[in-house]
Design a protein around this ligand. Structure first.
Ligand SMILES: Nc1ncnc2c1ncn2[C@@H]1O[C@H](COP(=O)(O)OP(=O)(O)OP(=O)(O)O)[C@@H](O)[C@H]1O
Ligand SMILES: [Mg+2]
Length: 377
């Protein structure tokens, strides 16, 4: 087991002409499960491959435990990598697939048998040890791929979207198995995923990366516990990225600043009171107001409401998603309501926006602190 420390890591191609990662600083503690999330192409796999040693580090320092490993070859770093494609040897049994790396490293037969049997027990693969990969399901094969890594007893597990080839129900099952395996082994893990639910449920800590913008100092947007990112996103990028369906944004400006509550006017004229500290701003400043699809109140009236026109309704039985059009909406607006009543496209829908559910961002996308956000551990 080990801690991993990234200090000012940069990655560029073409002699520094194309930067992909800039100023990545991160402390991964011993035994932690850390997820890297971000849009396609933001550098998640590249960063993981830099930790693994499959990708050069342009500048900065990488430590595993107390050793600086920038120039250490992958096989000496004692990391175990599990990829999306599990690439098992088709002519070998599960046992042989798991033992192969240990044989290559000249471990004795007793050690190999012990480690393979232990891994098979943890992964519940004991009944399948003599099977060939083609006679197994995708989930079972992926467990063998994880087993191949476990037997190496790595200090750190590195996963790159290990479940993305599996169908939905297998993913759910494997997600729970990964949580169980991590509980069991407590090996430090870094996990790249597109799947928010995987990140939210497996990780103690989520790292949000963005595609590196021209002139940006870094593309590391925020590091924090899953619910911290959900309730207290540091900026609009994280707010829009974490949570599904994504947060709705409205354009507007501040009309009254305050350290506890503030008032904003949307571009469509509605005045909304919010629980945000805007003492660093002034009246007239442009803002974006964010509200999550499940936080708006269905068919409200009175203060703090916004009326839009229904564009489409998706009725799912216990809940519905309502897509609205309204002049101040930035991208699109979706609301989740807990009924499946029939609603006509083109009709008006008034939603209530509770002051304590509002997220507020300045014109640079930086959050104003929420003064009444839900508490979490
Ligand atoms: N040899 C290269 N030269 C220039 N750019 C490269 C090179 N290799 C990769 N890149 C760029 O690096 C960026 C990061 O790639 P990476 O595979 O790390 O993204 P990712 O976040 O894992 O994306 P995905 O979610 O699609 O897997 C991409 O924009 C890619 O085009
Ligand atoms: Mg990738």
């Amino acid at each position: 087991m080990a801690e991993v420390k990234l200090c000012n890591l940069d990655k560029s191609y073409d002699d520094g002409k194309t930067y992909v990662l800039k100023n990545i600083n991160l402390d991964i503690e011993d035994g932690e499960f850390v997820a890297f999330v971000g849009p396609s192409g933001c550098g998640k796999s590249t960063l993981l491959r830099m930790i693994c040693g499959l990708e050069d580090i342009t500048s900065g320092e990488l430590f595993i435990d107390t050793s600086k490993v920038n120039d250490m070859p992958p096989n000496e770093r004692q990391v175990g990598m599990v990829f999306q494609s599990y690439a098992l040897y088709p002519h070998m049994s599960v046992r042989e697939n798991m033992a192969f790396g240990l044989k290559l490293a000249n471990h004795d037969k007793k050690t190999i048998d012990e480690r393979v049997n232990d891994a098979a027990r943890i992964l519940q693969l004991e009944p399948l040890l003599d099977r060939k990969p083609k006679a197994m399901s995708g989930g079972q094969r992926q467990r063998v791929a994880i087993g191949r890594s476990i037997v190496q007893e790595p200090k750190v597990f590195l996963f790159d979207e290990p479940l993305s080839n599996l169908d939905v129900s297998l993913r759910v099952q494997m997600r729970q198995e990964l949580a169980r395996i991590h509980d069991n082994l407590k090996t430090t893990a870094v996990y790249v995923t597109h799947d928010q639910i995987e990140a939210m449920t497996l990780a103690n800590k989520i790292v949000v990366l963005s595609p590196l913008a021209e002139g940006a100092e870094s593309n590391l947007e925020q590091v924090g516990a899953p619910l911290e990112l959900f309730h207290h996103p540091r900026n609009k990028f994280v707010a829009g990225f974490i949570g599904s369906p994504k947060m709705n944004f409205f354009k507007g400006e501040i009309i009254e600043t305050g350290s506890e509550t503030s008032r904003v006017m949307l571009d469509s004229g509605e005045v909304i009171r919010t629980c945000n500290d805007t003492s660093r701003a002034k009246a007239g400043d442009k803002i974006s107001l964010g509200i999550r699809p499940q936080d708006a109140i269905s068919e409200a009236s009175g203060d703090n409401t916004v009326t839009g026109t229904i564009q489409a309704v998706e009725r799912l039985g216990t809940e519905s998603f309502i897509y609205l059009e309204q002049a101040a909406i930035e991208d699109s607006c979706v609301l989740r309501v807990e009924d499946s009543r029939r609603r006509e496209n083109g009709s008006n829908f008034t939603m209530g926006i509770p002051a304590e559910s509002c997220h507020l961002f300045d014109s640079h996308g930086q959050s104003f602190v929420r003064t009444k956000a839900p508490h979490f551990d």
